[in-house]
Design a protein around this ligand. Structure first.
Ligand SMILES: C[S@@+](CC[C@H](N)C(=O)[O-])C[C@H]1O[C@@H](n2cnc3c(N)ncnc32)[C@H](O)[C@@H]1O
Length: 348
C-alpha cells in the first residue's frame, strides 16, 4: 500500500536504509580482479525482482531475524533488508565477498552481521536471541533461514539440517525454524515427489518425513550469472511438529537407503541389505509381514506410512537382536547401477 510520500512500505524501508546498489556483473569482475565472473565458480542472482520473490516466498520476514547462507555479493541480502527484517546474519565462506558485504553492513543501521565460515559446520544456535524461542508445537519462531548455495553444498546441507531438526539442535533449539533454499530443479522435484512419482527417491522420504516441503517456483538458469546448465527450484521447508516416522534419524536413514538401493526392483530386495545373508530371507519376510507392506512394490511406490511401519518393525527386530544394528551390507557398493546420483555426483 502506498504511504503518504507515495512510496510502498518496501520502497520506504529501502530508501530509509539507503543500501548501496548491487555490483553489476562488470563490477564483480573488476572488484575481484577476474577475467570473467565464471572464475568465482558460483552462479549469482542479480535480478532484483527474483531475489525479492525468493525472500517473499519464505513467508513474512518483516521484524524477523533472518540468517542467509552464502550471500555472495548480496543480491538476496538486499532484498531481505528491504523487506524489513529486524536482524540479518549472513554466513559466507569466501572472504572475497567481505568488502561488498561490509558496505551493506555500514548501510544497514546495525541490522546486518557478517559471519565468515562454512555453513556445513556452523552452529547457528548462538546467533539468535533466546527471546525468539517458541515451543516446538507452538507458533513458528520469527526466524528464517534463506540461501542460494552452490548445488553441491545445498543437498548435503539439507540432510545435515534434517538431522538437526530431528534432534532439535542448531537453529532448531528455537522451535520450528523454516528454510527457503535453492536446488537444481531436478533435486527440488525429487524433494516433493509423492508415492509412485518417477522422481520419488531417498531424498523425498527424508525431506517429507521431517518437514512439510513445497516447491515454490522455478527460476530459469538464464537468470543467473554465469548461467548454469540447469534450471533452479526454490523449496520451502517447514519442520513438522511430529515426523511421519518418529524414530532415530540414523535408523530411518539406514532403512530408506537400503530399500532405495535397488530402485527398480521389489522393495524386499533392498531391505535384505539390512540383514546378514544367513538370516536375510527369514527376517525380510518377518519385516514385511509384521509391517503389513507388500514386498513386491517398488521402493518409489511406498507411502511414508508404509516406510513408518517398516522402520518400526526393523527397530523391533533390533531390540531382539541388538548385534544387527552394526550390520552394514557392502553389497550395494557392488551393484552401483541401481543407486541414484544427482548430476553433481551426489548419491541420493
Ligand atoms: C551460488 S552463489 C550465490 C550467491 C548469492 N546468494 C546470490 O544468490 O547471488 C553461492 C554463495 O555461497 C557461498 N558458499 C559456498 N559454499 C559455502 C559454505 N559451505 N558456507 C558458506 N557459504 C558458502 C559462496 O562463496 C557464494 O558466495
Amino acid at each position: 500500500m502506498a504511504g503518504r510520500a507515495g512510496l510502498t512500505a518496501k520502497q520506504a524501508a529501502a530508501a530509509h536504509l539507503r543500501l548501496p546498489p548491487l555490483p553489476s556483473t562488470r563490477d564483480l569482475v573488476k572488484l575481484y580482479k577476474l577475467r570473467a565472473v565464471k572464475q568465482l565458480s558460483q552462479n549469482f542472482l542479480m535480478d532484483h525482482k527474483l531475489t525479492s520473490k525468493i525472500v517473499r516466498s519464505s513467508g513474512r520476514v518483516r521484524d524477523c531475524h533472518v540468517c542467509e547462507v552464502g550471500p555472495g555479493p548480496g543480491g538476496i541480502t538486499r532484498s531481505i533488508l528491504e523487506q524489513g527484517a529486524a536482524q540479518l546474519t549472513v554466513i559466507e565462506k569466501d572472504p572475497r565477498f567481505l568488502p561488498t558485504l561490509e558496505m551493506l553492513k555500514d548501510a544497514s543501521k546495525g541490522k546486518l552481521d557478517i559471519e565468515l565460515g562454512d555453513v556445513l559446520s556452523f552452529n547457528m544456535e548462538k546467533i539468535f536471541s533466546s527471546d525468539l524461542r517458541q515451543p516446538w508445537d507452538g507458533h513458528l519462531p520469527k526466524i528464517h533461514l534463506i540461501g542460494n548455495l552452490p548445488f553441491n553444498v545445498a543437498t548435503p546441507l539439507i540432510i545435515r539440517w534434517l538431522k538437526d531438526i530431528s534432534l532439535k539442535h542448531n537453529a532448531w533449539v528455537n522451535g520450528r525454524v523454516c528454510m527457503t533454499l535453492t536446488f537444481q530443479l531436478e533435486v527440488a522435484q525429487r524433494m516433493v515427489a509423492p508415492p509412485g512419482h518417477v522422481q520419488r527417491c531417498r531424498l523425498s522420504i527424508m525431506c517429507q518425513n521431517w518437514c512439510h516441503v513445497v516447491h515454490k517456483f522455478t527460476i530459469p538458469g538464464r537468470a543467473f550469472v554465469p548461467k548454469p546448465d540447469v534450471d533452479v527450484g526454490i523449496v520451502h521447508f517447514i519442520p513438522r511438529i511430529e515426523p511421519q516416522i518418529p524414530l532415530d534419524f540414523g535408523l530411518v536413514e539406514k532403512v530408506i537407503r537400503c530399500i532405495f538401493s535397488f530402485r527398480q526392483k521389489y522393495c524386499k530386495r533392498g531391505a535384505g541389505l539390512l540383514f546378514p545373508e544367513s538370516q536375510r530371507d527369514e527376517l525380510v519376510e518377518k519385516m514385511f509381514t509384521v509391517a503389513d507392506v507388500n514386498p513386491t512394490l517398488r521402493p518409489f511406490q511406498l507411502a511414508l506410512s508404509e516406510f513408518n511401519r517398516l522402520c518400526h518393525t526393523y527397530a523391533a527386530i533390533l531390540e531382539q537382536q541388538p548385534s544387527l544394528e552394526k550390520f552394514n551390507s557392502r553389497e550395494r557398493k557392488i551393484i552401483k547401477d541401481d543407486v541414484d546420483y544427482d548430476s553433481d555426483g551426489n548419491e541420493i
